[in-house]
Ligand binder design. Structure first.
Ligand code: NDP
Length: 452
């Protein structure tokens, strides 16, 4: 047996073991498969990784916390949700990763997100470990007071597991500036500490970094631009389809416009809007950020250029580039086929794991540039790490300085993924490049720190 096939069969064996040990966690298994499938060449080249049991240790979180979150609604009714924090890997720095509040949250979802986060954070080069958390709480339709009581109850347990040197949560689906404010207030009240670096995504007036709200969307557009540049093209004049209408989608649309491209769609779980004039960002922000409304209300108020398609998927709208920015597995093989039929050149993941494995393989086989989330949406966590640096130094940087750093980091990530893919015989394959480059950084740190 050659070294290469030996490492492939070790990985196959490991995947079987992971499936056995983590039943009923399909998203985590999907994420683990996606990474492990690309690691054979690096394990063949660096046998010391296998000897140190690195992959076996990487797929097992260092710590998993599950807790009860009781809270009362405005009528005094008691609800009980489940809270999670998975502290996956701290070889490179304190655990870092967002909190998701969505009814679909369970341990498998948080583990998939935490696992992805390890490699994403390593790719930023900023000294942050990987973690993720959240709850099956659904903030839709809840009053501010209800959201506040939920956040206070959630933090009343979470506070004992986090800290600026231990674990630093941020936002994700259903957790934005409002929720981070309530969570930070309760942490401060319980601990009697002004520990700004315990959470990121804070308000700009009380320790938050400028450009943090924009960072994930802006970063993904910069990554897409870098992929196009590699092919001798740019964003100017390109039409884009964007899914979602939350934090990531909104700032993706904003940056596309700034770089001369035109986003013609947005969506939420009720359906999508197509606007032939291009999405009016002022109106979208008013509907989603101020009124916390639904996208059909955008279409109603926009006039004849826009229409709402209930239950539809944005991928049927013709475009040059696609930026999925809502949730996992929102772009399947049929969607990928539709994009390819319409001549798409690049797909860059703003969301985490939005494209199914079948969709990714089809896009890559068809020569479409594909930017995996752990590289393309790393701008958010990168600016979170810059927020931690500002908090530590008790200073705040200008928006221009943060954006310059973000641009540098996204270009570095692109170059790293591109060069790593070439080095391991997979030119143009950003999935392999991102997985191996992130893995090498974490694996080298774990190797140096012993079997722990
Ligand atoms: P938001 O809560 O701000 O927005 C989420 C958007 O996605 C909403 O439009 C929401 O619609 C839609 N959505 C969520 N779940 C579903 C679903 N099951 N089906 C259809 N639509 C859905 O979240 P973010 O914009 O922060 O996050 C979007 C994605 O980006 C997630 O995958 C997240 O993990 C990823 N990400 C976010 C980062 C950040 O900095 N915020 C950093 C890196 C990645 P509806 O309101 O109807 O549910």
């Amino acid at each position: 047996m050659t070294t290469r096939s030996a490492s492939t069969s070790t990985l196959d064996h490991l995947l079987t073991e992971i499936e056995h040990r983590n039943p009923a966690q399909p998203e985590f298994l999907q994420a683990a498969h996606e990474v492990l499938e690309t690691l054979a060449p690096v394990l063949a080249a660096r046998p010391e990784y296998a000897e140190a049991g690195l992959v076996e240790r990487l797929v097992e979180p260092e710590r998993q916390v599950i807790f009860r979150v009781p809270w009362q609604d405005d009528r005094g009714r008691v609800h009980v949700n489940r809270g999670f924090r998975v502290e996956f890997n701290s070889a490179l720095g304190p655990y870092k990763g967002g909190l998701r509040f969505h009814p679909s949250v369970d341990l498998g979802v948080i583990k998939f997100l935490g696992f992805e986060q390890i490699f994403k954070n390593a790719l930023t080069g900023l000294g942050i470990g990987g973690g993720k958390g959240g709850s099956d709480f659904d903030p839709h339709g809840r009053s501010d007071a209800e959201v506040m009581r939920f956040c206070q109850s959630f933090m009343t347990e979470l506070y004992r597991h986090i800290g600026e040197h231990t674990d630093v949560p941020a936002g994700d689906i259903g957790v934005g500036g409002r929720e981070i404010g309530y969570l930070f207030g309760q942490y401060r009240r319980i601990t009697n500490r002004w520990e700004a670096g315990v959470l990121t995504g804070k308000g700009a007036g009380w320790g938050g970094s400028l450009i943090r709200p924009e960072a994930t969307g802006y970063g993904n557009v910069l990554f897409a631009a870098a992929m196009l540049r590699e092919r001798g093209e740019d964003l100017e004049g390109q039409t884009a389809v964007v899914s979602g209408s939350g934090n990531v989608a909104i700032y993706t649309i904003e940056k596309l416009a700034a770089l001369g491209a035109n986003a013609v769609t947005c969506s939420d779980s009720s359906g999508y809007v197509v606007d032939e004039k291009g999405i009016d960002l002022g109106l979208l922000k008013q509907v989603k950020e101020v009124e916390r409304g639904r996208v059909d209300s955008y279409a109603e108020r926009r006039g004849s250029s826009a229409r709402f398609v209930p239950g539809g998927r944005v991928w049927e709208v013709p475009a040059d580039i696609a930026l999925p920015s809502a949730t996992q597995n929102e772009l399947d093989e049929n969607d990928a086929a539709a994009l390819i039929r319409n001549g798409v050149k690049a797909v860059s993941e703003g969301a985490n794991m939005p494209a199914t494995p079948e969709a990714v393989h089809l896009l890559q086989r068809s020569g479409v540039a594909f930017g995996p989330g752990k590289a393309a949406n790393a701008g958010g966590v990168a600016v979170s790490a810059l927020e931690m640096a500002q908090n530590h130094a008790r200073t705040s940087w200008t928006a221009a300085r943060v954006e310059e750093e973000l641009t540098r980091i996204m270009n570095d990530i692109h170059t790293t993924c591109h060069e790593t893919a070439e080095r391991y015989g997979a030119p143009g394959d950003y999935v392999t490049g991102a997985n191996i480059a992130g893995f090498e950084r974490v694996a080298d740190a774990m190797l140096a720190q012993g079997v722990i």
